[in-house]
Design a binder for this molecule. Structure first.
Ligand SMILES: Cc1cc2nc3c(=O)[nH]c(=O)nc-3n(C[C@H](O)[C@H](O)[C@H](O)COP(=O)(O)OP(=O)(O)OC[C@H]3O[C@@H](n4cnc5c(N)ncnc54)[C@H](O)[C@@H]3O)c2cc1C
Length: 429
């Protein structure tokens, strides 16, 4: 796409081609909207691919599927194409994560690209918005491209940046907690059999290294009170380190997350390779970016609170389900505040949580939707982000078609469009 094509008016511009952004753009384009998808990295998939977290959850609750649609299509096709297997969803799992789906991230990203092309979305990678100005009937957007700023217009914008970056540029009010959940650098180690090491000696050495400041307990696990180098080895690294006190809400904070994530990796690697019998430790794989759990949410027309979430509240403008325990990673106690949902409860997400208060023709989807911190710790997971993305895509396409704000789209019309594209709709309250 050259800058002349880019400057043509768009019905829908989606910012962020990650977990929520791809289903959002695909849904908008399938509904006939001329759709541009802008992404700051060189990959599709966001946290699933670049962040190294290719295990979306949860699509099933209490023995039935509660989230489907475009995200699920991509997940199921990835599993089928890469020869993987889906978990047995027939009965509730012992541990919630056993119902997450393991994906090949390279195939997932490639299938996202294929689906964008099939549905007619125009992707623009290595670009990000620099400015968003409201106009009489939409937005004027300046995009920062490799060769400078390019201006374009959109009838409706969707922020799927995970960080509410576009909403901030558009003047929306954000909630930016002073303490956010820790970041995690995803990587996999190998080359050492933990059962052949002198466990007592390695643990004693690790405690000494922590006391001397060469290591942090959270380089090996979530619990800041316990140094567990062998647990880290048994898990092969993976999702088992925490970096605290980082607010990755802007470029400077995000830079700090990246640098501290790599520093944590290096501390753990150097420590373990210095242990007798562990000299052969290797980093087999590391994510392209440090994983960020929490930055900012919007102040919405409505908000999902933990009480709403835990009660499975039904909304008059419900658009999709959500399903996951409250899952707040912290610097306190054992590092994780995990609260399962009561049996039979399936929460849902209203349109009002996707609408930044005081703005027009702007939607958000993914982890930055309007929710309190505890609710957000559950709503942020991938299946829910995919479902809110598709919901925002449907609202945006319908609003662009009739020249109105997404608030004015009849909820029955949005739900019918979503159902036509495989989504599962929550009961209305
Ligand atoms: C370590 C870790 C472990 C997790 N474990 C699980 C798990 O087990 N199961 C689960 O389901 N979920 C898990 N999650 C949560 C989940 O992965 C994320 O919350 C979810 O993927 C967020 O989706 P999103 O669409 O909001 O953002 P993302 O998927 O991060 O997508 C945002 C996209 O926007 C792009 N972007 C950002 N800013 C801009 C900008 N200004 N301009 C252009 N593009 C921009 C980004 O590059 C990215 O591609 C985990 C998260 C982390 C960090």
């Amino acid at each position: 796409m050259d800058s002349t094509q880019l400057a043509q008016p768009w019905d829908v511009v989606v910012v962020g081609a990650g977990t929520a952004g791809v289903p959002a753009a695909v849904q908008a384009a399938r509904a006939g909207a001329r759709t541009l998808l802008v992404e700051r990295t060189g990959s599709l998939g966001g946290t699933i691919t670049v962040g190294g977290v290719p295990f979306p959850g949860l699509f099933h609750a209490w023995g039935r599927q509660v989230i489907a649609g475009i995200g699920w299509e991509l997940v199921a096709r990835t599993v089928a194409e890469s020869g993987g297997t889906l978990p047995d969803f027939a009965s509730p799992p012992q541990r919630h994560w056993q119902h997450q789906v393991r994906l090949d991230p390279a195939i997932y990203a490639a299938l996202c690209a294929e689906e964008l092309a099939a549905s007619g979305v125009a992707p623009l990678l290595h670009a990000m918005p620099a400015r968003a100005e409201a106009t009489a009937n939409g937005w004027r957007l300046e995009l920062c491209t490799r060769r400078g700023l390019v201006a374009t217009t959109a009838a409706v914008l969707i922020d799927c940046s995970g960080d509410a970056d576009l909403a901030a540029l558009a003047g929306a009010q954000l909630v930016q907690p002073a303490e956010t959940q820790p970041t995690t650098m995803m990587y996999r180690v190998g080359g050492v059999d933990p059962e052949r090491l002198d466990a007592a000696a390695v643990e004693a050495a690790a405690r000494r290294a922590v006391d001397e400041g060469r290591l942090r307990a959270t380089d090996f696990g979530y619990d800041p009170r316990r140094v567990d180098p062998l647990g880290w080895l048994r898990r092969a690294g993976d999702n088992s380190n925490h970096q605290h006190g980082i607010r990755a809400v802007d470029s400077a904070g995000h830079t700090r997350a990246e640098l501290e994530g790599r520093a944590a990796l290096l501390r753990a690697y150097r420590f373990m390779r210095a242990q007798p019998g562990a000299e052969g430790l290797r980093i087999l794989w590391a994510a392209g970016e440090c994983g960020v759990r929490e930055t900012a949410t919007i102040v919405g027309e409505g908000v999902v609170t933990a009480a709403d979430y835990l009660a499975g509240r039904c909304w008059p403008d419900g658009l999709c389900h959500a399903f996951y325990p409250i899952d707040l990673h912290t610097a306190h106690a054992d590092g994780l505040d995990l609260r399962p949902l009561a049996e039979g409860v399936v929460p849902s997400v209203p349109r009002a949580a996707l609408l930044p208060r005081g703005t027009a023709r702007l939607l958000v989807a993914g982890r930055c939707l309007a929710s309190d911190r505890l609710a957000n710790s559950a709503l942020r997971v991938q299946a829910t982000c995919m479902a809110t993305g598709q919901a925002a895509g449907a609202l945006a396409a319908l609003a662009a078609r009739s020249g109105c704000d997404p608030r004015a789209v009849p909820i029955a019309e949005a739900r019918a469009l979503l159902a036509a594209h495989g989504a599962i709709l929550p009961p209305l309250g």
